[in-house]
Design a protein around this ligand. Structure first.
Ligand code: CA
Length: 315
């Protein structure tokens, strides 16, 4: 199965190469650039509201440590699930920082300028649907409920909460412009088989060492593993370095993963293409796109720079 548009440009955490990730400003910018989908990572607050945030904790992108000193857990992190929405609304959001306070990407938006706020999932969907109406577009949403197994340990069913909100906004079937993605094989399959969603589902594929979930990613990348994914999902989301292999003396080789996935009837959306963090062997954004689109035959890509991907596609 192929995606419909021919190649899906997915704005990774919004137009995150230009404005801090998961801010409404970055979402509006991604929409204006013409991305096919805008990605949302979501976690739950203490009062069970879905907010758009990449980490389970608030400290890498906000001033939570200044405003709520002493509310961190033993690992030093300030978990969103320990704060009410009202508290989270008081936080100021900035560009992602490393634990020492250094910017994650030195040439991006000034990381000391905390001009932004954390949106709820409902607010972000309203913004996208509002822009779809005023700009006569059909930009989609691409949602990742973060760490669903961890949320279950905390007594919360984040998958069910997400499906409820999506249904409320009219996203219910494969015909709707919404995709649900997860690293968690069991709980994503559960969305199809137990929660009975008809939405498009994407199995994210990482490395076992990342401990994103209990999924056995080395198996999922095999022909048999991909067949088991195809029983409930519509596509896979592998890491770019699983699609191309640069280990062999700097020579780029294309792995079998994309063609095996296509043979299993799955589309392939790779992550994450960043103009300011390309592997040296990629030889620049245009060369990387030529490789990914024309040789790997990706069906779409998560990118921090959707304008650059769109420009290349249009030329
Ligand atoms: Ca994500």
């Amino acid at each position: 199965m192929k995606t419909d548009p021919p190649f899906a440009v997915i704005a990774h955490r919004g137009a995150s190469g230009y404005l801090p990730e998961h801010t409404l400003a970055g979402v509006a910018m991604a929409h204006a650039m013409g991305a096919d989908y805008i990605e949302q990572d979501v976690v739950l607050t203490r009062d069970n509201v879905l907010i758009v945030l990449h980490d389970l904790y608030l400290d890498a992108v906000s001033d939570v440590a200044d405003r709520f000193a002493g509310r961190e857990r033993n690992d030093g992190h300030y978990y969103a699930i320990d704060f009410s929405l009202e508290e989270i609304r008081t936080l100021r959001v900035h560009e992602r920082q490393k634990p020492g306070g250094e910017p994650g990407f030195p040439d991006r938006f000034p990381h000391k300028d905390a001009l932004f706020h954390i949106p709820t999932l409902e607010e972000e969907i309203k913004l996208i649907q509002g822009l779809n109406r005023s700009r006569k577009k059909n930009t989609g949403i691409y949602i990742e409920p973060k760490a669903p197994a961890w949320h279950l340990q905390e007594g919360r069913d984040i998958m069910a909460e997400v499906l409820t909100v999506l249904g409320k906004f009219g996203y219910r079937s494969r015909r709707d412009k919404a995709i649900l993605q997860s690293f968690d094989f069991e709980l994503l399959r559960n969305c199809r088989n137990e929660l009975k969603t008809d939405l498009k589902l994407v199995q994210l594929i990482g490395e076992n060492s990342w401990q994103e979930s209990t999924a056995e990613f080395n198996y999922l990348r095999t022909e048999a593993g991909l067949q088991s994914v195809a029983e409930f999902a519509d596509g896979i989301g592998p890491w770019l370095m699983q699609l191309v292999d640069t280990e062999n003396n700097g020579n780029i080789e294309i792995t079998a993963l994309a063609s095996l996935a296509h043979s299993a009837g799955l589309f392939v959306h790779g992550y994450t293409l960043r103009a300011d963090q390309l592997p040296v062997a990629a030889g620049g954004m245009r060369h990387a796109l030529d490789l990914l689109v024309n040789e790997v035959r990706l069906d779409g890509v998560f990118t921090d720079h959707p304008d650059q991907v769109l420009r290349w596609l249009h030329e």
